[in-house]
Write a protein that binds this ligand. Structure first.
Ligand code: F3S
Length: 410
């Protein structure tokens, strides 16, 4: 891989040990992937933020010096960071101490402490642009950035995203190159069937697509009978594809900025109405109630529109009743504190449905140790459907539409 004189200098350690290690990681990854050079990135998004997932490996971050070279955001950590809210969540003190130390390590490098998996919903509309290079490590955000925004990022791991953040560059390979972003398989959804896709149908669809395509880039052909997906539905589609597959982008005509330019591949996969239906609560979930059941919404973190909808559904389904089951809504702190959410009092209005309803920031059901005591979880997220059974104390997860999740809480 060709390095500029400046990059050589960093590689040789003339810019300090931290930047040398970061450059070594980028060069090693570049060489494995036949990259010809490093390219500048606009932003980095780092994973490995929750102490539940990173463990004591974070001590390595403590040994680093200097600052990140580009604006860098962080994935959710293992607890809500507001004052002592972690105690209310049931997070134990030793975990909380370690979690705060992880956060301090990232902050000392200049990483923003906005802990969320939806960096593209922050920043007041200053979204990554078509063709802009990024180094993002959260799979749901990677798929959204590539497929919906037309920006370019590979599916980075925690070390490579951090190395890219420190240097401000990433190796030129994979999804940074136009020739590797073309669709390689067509996915026809509800061909010759009348399907109205909405809400968690996109989680179910992404769950199936990820499983079926593996690392092939799908050109998804949505049913003509369906309205175009909303941004929130595309967020859920991205998260589910990233959870079950290993591909970093999809194409949808009218959504993906490059989709119009691409020729369609020959290989095709069909997904029908019955396939989608089968992803929603299977037979093994029939006893998924009532005790030991929680409801979790906000994977990926809720947008203001989703918070608004959840409040509307609570009003509609509750008809004056209080919520009886543990009901968690996850969002980014910047969204909770955004002007519109505060002005409408959305968080207070949602939490007024009973002591069991909590709007939680900075963390999520999967990466926090606070949610491991449930038998079953109702969710509208295909990503949770995949990860809850693996990472949340063996709980079963059941995919439901948002309104069914809310109904199940009363
Ligand atoms: Fe985000 Fe946690 Fe889901 S990090 S995408 S809410 S598993």
């Amino acid at each position: 891989m060709h390095l500029t004189r400046e990059e050589e200098r960093i590689y040789e350690g003339e810019a300090g040990w931290t930047r040398q290690k970061a450059m070594e990681i980028l060069v090693a990854i570049g060489e494995i992937n036949d990259a010809s050079m490093l390219i500048p990135i606009k932003t980095a998004h780092l994973s490995g933020a929750s102490y539940k997932t990173i463990g004591d490996a974070f001590e390595f971050i403590n040994s680093l010096e200097g600052r990140v070279a580009v604006e860098s955001t962080l994935n959710p950590v293992g607890m809500d960071l507001e004052k002592e809210k972690w105690r209310e969540m049931g997070v134990l003190e030793p975990f909380a101490k370690k979690q705060l130390a992880v956060l301090a390590a990232y902050k000392s490098l200049g990483v923003s402490a906005e802990c969320t998996c939806v960096p593209y919903l922050l920043g007041g509309g200053d979204l990554p642009k078509k063709g802009e290079h990024l180094a993002w490590a959260e799979s749901s955000a990677v798929l959204f950035a590539n497929s919906v925004l037309g920006a370019r990022t590979n599916m980075e791991g925690a070390p490579s995203a951090l190395a890219a953040a420190l240097i401000g560059k990433t190796p030129l390979y994979g999804l940074h190159q136009a020739e590797n972003r073309k669709p390689t398989v067509r996915v026809k959804v509800c061909e010759r069937e009348k399907c109205e896709l909405a809400d968690a149908d996109y989680s179910a669809l992404g769950f199936l697509i990820g499983n079926l395509v593996g690392d092939k880039i799908p050109a998804i052909e949505l049913p003509v009978s369906s309205r175009p997906p909303s941004r929130d539905e595309l967020k859920h589609l991205s998260a589910a594809v990233g959870a079950t597959g290993s591909v970093g982008m999809f194409h949808i005509k009218g959504v993906t900025p490059e989709a119009e330019e691409e020729e369609l591949p020959e290989e095709e996969i069909k997904i029908g109405k019955e396939d989608l239906k089968a992803v929603f609560g299977g037979a093994e979930d029939e006893n998924c109630e009532p005790e030991g059941t929680a409801i979790a919404l906000g994977c990926p973190h809720c947008s203001p529109a989703e918070l608004r909808r959840i409040y509307g559904l609570l009003k509609e389904e509750g008809r004056g009743r209080k919520v009886r089951k543990d009901f968690f809504v996850f969002t980014a702190r910047a969204i909770k504190e955004s002007e519109s959410v505060r002005r409408e009092g959305l968080v207070e209005k949602i939490e007024n449905f009973g002591v069991k309803v909590k709007v939680i920031c900075d963390t999520c059901f999967v990466v926090s140790p606070a949610f491991e005591g449930y038998d079953c979880v109702l969710t509208n997220s295909g990503k949770m459907l995949r990860y809850v059974p693996l990472l949340c104390g063996g709980a079963r997860a059941r995919l439901c539409r948002t309104e069914e999740c809310v109904r199940g809480a009363f």
